[in-house]
Write a protein that binds this ligand. Structure first.
Ligand SMILES: Nc1nc2c(c(=O)[nH]1)N[C@H]1C(S)=C(S)[C@@H](COP(=O)(O)OP(=O)(O)OC[C@H]3O[C@@H](n4cnc5c(N)ncnc54)[C@H](O)[C@@H]3O)O[C@H]1N2
Ligand code: MOO
Ligand SMILES: [Mg+2]
Length: 686
């Protein structure tokens, strides 16, 4: 077992936190750490002499990054602002006075001023924390006083036996020093010794950790670092999918609301107000049929059945005379606006011809369809009906739409949070009650940038040169965005040059709520996205790797908004086309939906029986699959393709879902035919 000791170096100084160039002890300490066999600086930061800031960083490094050793420099003296011991002591589970004494003993031999250090040391969780004074000289003396015993001390602090050390002390084979101790067999953030580090290479960079933000010295990943000095292991922790999803969704704040006219541009928008009807539908008593408005009472139906309406229901107008029989046609009401705003009046014993949608004459209580009548007598010139016989019985209110029978004034027709669908119901209802504008959440705009020297426009019409590849990511993601009803900006293709990438992303950030890049996020020397985000764009990378397949190097960051307001969201998706597409569906679309105000922004899922055995990968996997309903009514799922490689876009063909497969364990390495598995429905059922 062997492992690198990951060390965090924290400079604590008001001056250095304002002017990084003023920090000399931080870089010195980094060089001392890097000079030790199998020690590496995993993270650096610079904070002012502020107890809370110190505690936040030290806590995050111990608890979240699980570093082996945290070294602080500065703030241990008698100065009024010096508060490092006060900040660190309460964080320690156990103090280590022996180490403090050893450091003190060595220092006091060199200068009596060592007596003015109030440095403390101890263990938090599994992390050893040492506080050093804030001068390069003191840092060197202090560090050298304890360097050789650090691996042993850390081993013990992590529950080791220290056996190796004792063996060596009793005449082991190593000529000097202490073997670094084994800690985690597979450290997620471990990095090899000897990589280039920001201190002393192109100036000081302050990195501040909060929660599990995986910020490191981005220089060691790309910008300006000779390839031979690049990190050989990613410094970004491999985080579980659930953590990645909540890291994204917790940071997505729905956009503000705007008034928008009632038209097709509302489709997909989320209402940010209840809509209350100020008009009734219908606004007048309207006929449902073409026929005759009548005053009903007891109408003897053709079958001889009699229907009685009570006096209270029918009022005085209903007399025994009205019912099937012959009546004079005294009025005509076709569906049109009345010239004087009033309806005609019908008296007992009269009927009026009426068309569908026509306003009922006052007094009419039912409409008889034309098919249930006979023309008895017309005018001499044949242009008018004079007498018509009603054949059928009608019920009170039959074929009449009363005022407000569809929508009443004061009725809440749409609720805040409701989505205006493309089906038409919401727009139809809004239009029917004369709503001019509604308050809806702004729709986000997402920008797409493909990256890579090898990537060319898919439709450039030219034969590919050796090493070139057509850009399939942008057209794919843009099409999926359109289908989901979101606006987008095509940011084109940027080559793998820091200047081009920075300019293209900045252009996107100025105009888009979310910028999505594809490519350049893994471990190659041309994978520049992460360092650009951190070093050039002032972004906070919240995660840079996820334990998932496909999409392992998926990166999510927030970037200061160039126009002020909420930070912009940045997704740097992997370049492999399937990885880009799957992670777009898993992260970007839900984020867009949440930005747009959707309450349900995650994909729905079903449990489906697998139609064949599925081998599990060591990473939890999202296999492209087709979910369908069998003739018997059960739900089954089938992989699109046996070969589910991330570069193989044909494995997306026909997919309407993503099977959510757990990672392989010693107990379970496959899902057998017929077993049920969760499937995310990213499209309609096949
Ligand atoms: N040493 C390691 N190498 C890789 C690792 C790793 O952990 N260690 N991860 C692998 C995984 S997993 C993935 S996924 C990819 C991600 O790569 P990048 O995001 O850095 O993307 P590129 O290197 O730029 O490109 C990868 C691949 O995709 C093609 N590509 C890029 N853009 C497009 C596009 N717009 N349309 C179509 N195809 C595109 C590109 O030519 C490459 O073939 O890294 C692995 N490596
Ligand atoms: O995670 Mo990568 O996306 O497998 O190919
Ligand atoms: Mg790459």
């Amino acid at each position: 077992m062997s492992s690198t000791l990951r060390v965090g170096v924290l400079t604590i100084s008001d001056t250095a936190s304002q002017d990084p160039a003023a920090d000399t002890s931080g870089p010195s300490l980094c060089h001392l750490v890097e000079a030790e066999p199998r020690c590496t600086v995993a993270v650096t930061a610079c904070v002012p002499d502020d107890q809370k800031a110190i505690q936040k960083t030290v806590t995050a490094w111990c608890d979240d990054l699980d570093l082996h050793l945290v070294l602080t420099t500065g703030g241990t003296g008698f100065g009024v602002r010096d508060c490092t011991p006060e900040a660190v002591l309460p964080l320690l589970d156990r103090q280590t006075p022996g180490i403090s004494h050893l450091i003190f003993a060595k220092s006091i031999q060199i200068t009596p001023f060592a007596a003015l250090s109030r440095a403390v040391s101890g263990i938090r969780g599994q992390t050893l924390v040492l506080t050093f004074p804030g001068s390069p000289k003191a840092v060197k003396e202090n560090f050298e006083a304890v360097a050789k015993m650090l691996p042993h001390a850390i081993d013990l602090a992590r529950g080791g036996t220290g056996k190796k050390t004792h063996e060596k002390m009793q005449g082991g084979s190593r000529p000097s020093g202490v073997a670094p101790v084994a800690t985690e067999e597979k450290s997620q953030t471990e990095s090899s010794h000897g990589h280039g580090h920001g201190h002393g290479h192109g100036g000081h960079t302050c990195f501040h950790h909060s929660d599990r933000e995986a910020r490191t010295d981005a220089a060691s990943l790309g910008l300006g670092t000779p390839v031979s000095r690049r990190l050989r292991k990613s410094p970004y922790p491999l985080i579980p999918m659930e953590e990645a999803l909540s890291s994204v969704m917790d940071r997505v704040v729905p956009l503000p609301s705007v008034q928008k006219p009632v038209d097709g541009s509302l489709i997909g928008a989320v209402l940010d107000e209840d809509v209350v009807a100020v008009e009734a539908v219908p606004g007048y008593r309207a006929s449902i049929l073409d026929g005759y408005a009548v005053i009903g009472n007891v109408i003897n139906c053709l079958l001889g059945v009699e229907l009685w309406w009570t006096e209270s229901l029918c009022g005085k107008l209903f007399t025994d005379t009205d019912g099937p029989g012959q009546y004079p046609v005294t009025a005509v009401s076709i569906a049109t606006a009345s010239s004087d705003g009033s309806a005609t009046t019908l008296l007992p014993g009269q009927i009026a011809r009426i068309t569908t949608g026509g306003a009922l004459p006052e007094g009419a209580t039912a409409v008889v369809m034309v098919e249930d009548t006979l023309l008895v007598k017309s005018s001499e010139d044949g242009t008018r009906e004079e007498t018509v016989e009603i054949l059928a019985k009608v019920r009170m209110g039959e074929a009449i739409r009363e005022i407000g029978s569809d929508i009443q004034v004061g009725q809440t027709v749409l609720k805040k949070g409701q989505v205006i669908s493309a089906v038409g119901g919401e727009i139809g209802v809004l239009a029917s009650i004369g709503v001019q504008k509604v308050l809806v959440r702004q729709r986000p705009v997402v920008g797409f940038l493909s990256t890579g020297n090898e990537v060319v426009n898919h439709d450039n019409g030219e034969a590919l040169k050796m090493g070139q590849i057509r850009d399939s990511n942008r057209p794919t993601l843009i099409a999926a965005t359109k289908a989901a009803g979101f606006d987008y900006l095509d940011l084109g293709i940027a080559p793998d040059s820091p200047e081009d990438l920075e300019a293209a992303i900045k252009g996107g950030l100025a105009k888009c709520d979310i910028v999505v890049t594809t490519g350049g996020v893994s471990m190659g020397e041309m994978d520049l996205l992460k360092p650009i985000l951190e070093q050039k764009l002032g972004a906070t990378i919240h995660f840079g790797r996820i334990m998932m397949k496909p999409g392992k190097p998926t990166t999510f960051a927030t970037v200061p908004n160039p126009n002020g307001g909420q930070p912009r969201l940045m997704f740097a998706l992997p370049g492999n086309p399937v990885s880009a597409t799957v992670t777009f569906h898993l992260f970007v679309l839900p984020a867009l939906r949440k930005l747009a105000g959707y309450e349900k922004y995650m994909w729905p899922s079903v449990q489906a029986a697998v139609a064949h055995d599925v081998r599990l990968d060591e990473r939890p996997e999202y296999q492209r699959a087709v979910v369908s309903v069998t003739p018997e009514g059960s739900i089954k799922v089938q992989s699109t393709d046996k070969n589910q490689m991330s570069s193989r876009m044909v494995s997306m063909l026909g997919a309407n879902s993503l099977m959510v497969l757990p990672g392989r364990t010693a107990e379970r390495d496959s899902v057998s035919t017929g077993q049920k598995i969760e499937c995310l429905l990213i499209s309609n059922l096949g």
